[in-house]
Design a binder for this molecule. Structure first.
Ligand SMILES: [Zn+2]
Length: 255
């Protein structure tokens, strides 16, 4: 069956002499791989378009149950041109692609994840703080996958813990999917303390991921790092394949 959908190029690799295999996050079919025959031939129209980060409209022969589909046509919907020119933007953009590629599955309705990725790339391209956009994407991803943590109440006794509750720091227990209050943490063995600044960011992000506000974060690097580590912890806990993200190594090099 010939189908048409929007797609964002996650990755491409050479195949045989002139072809390429390209991994796409699609709006209608989730994660798919396509083969672009002759894409490395300089006369190919497809080849130059099939670059990472490009937002395309693609036409391909879809065979149910197959891992690889034949792409026959593509057109540019949007090229996020500033992303490849600036390392500070490219790093978070690549991390978003990697997270999306790891979390998405083939043959599923890719609409919510596709929109989250496209909106995030656009937001970075428009000049919003790349680290903030990445954090927002990670919180949104947890939410899409059904694992959104609640940072406002103790997961054990339900008492308010977050900013505004009167506590200066909160003990955040890493094993239960949420925050834990000081008294409850006394009987726990595995928790880590997080700063009020990071907690404020996480609470605001969580509210924003529910659509309550259009929150754009700007905060010091150490708060980004702490907040990202916490969200990555949740992703690693709940989603297969999140343990070996290449973009995480890249970040530790840049920081
Ligand atoms: Zn408690």
């Amino acid at each position: 069956m010939i189908v048409k959908t929007e797609a964002i190029v996650l990755k491409r690799m050479n195949y045989r002499d002139t072809s390429r295999i390209v991994r796409l996050l699609t709006r209608d079919f989730g994660l798919i791989s396509v083969i672009a025959k002759g894409a490395r031939d300089r006369r190919s129209r497809l080849g130059p378009l099939l670059d990472s980060l490009n937002h395309l409209q693609v036409v391909f022969y879809r065979k149910a149950g197959r891992d690889l589909h034949l792409i026959t046509q593509c057109d540019m919907v949007h090229r996020y041109s500033t992303l490849t020119e600036d390392l500070a933007r490219l790093g978070p953009a690549i991390a978003i692609l990697e997270l999306a590629g790891t979390a998405s599955r083939a043959e599923e309705d890719g609409q919510p994840l596709f929109s989250a990725v496209a909106d995030s790339l656009k937001s970075i391209d428009e000049g919003n703080d790349p680290s903030g956009v990445l954090l927002r994407f990670e919180m949104g991803l947890l939410s899409l996958l059904g694992f959104r943590p609640d940072f406002r109440f103790c997961v054990r006794c339900d008492s308010p813990v977050g900013p505004g509750s009167g506590t200066k720091t909160a003990n955040f227990r890493l094993t239960t999917g949420g925050i834990i209050c000081n008294p409850c943490s006394r009987s726990e063995t595995a928790w880590q303390e997080i700063s009020t600044s990071s907690l404020e960011v996480l609470v605001a992000l969580e509210r924003s991921s529910r659509g309550d506000s259009a929150y754009q974060i700007t905060c010091p690097q150490d708060v980004y790092r702490e907040s990202r580590n916490i969200l990555r912890f949740f992703l690693r806990t709940h989603v297969d394949g999140m343990n070996n993200l290449k973009s995480e190594t890249v970040f530790s090099t840049l920081e």
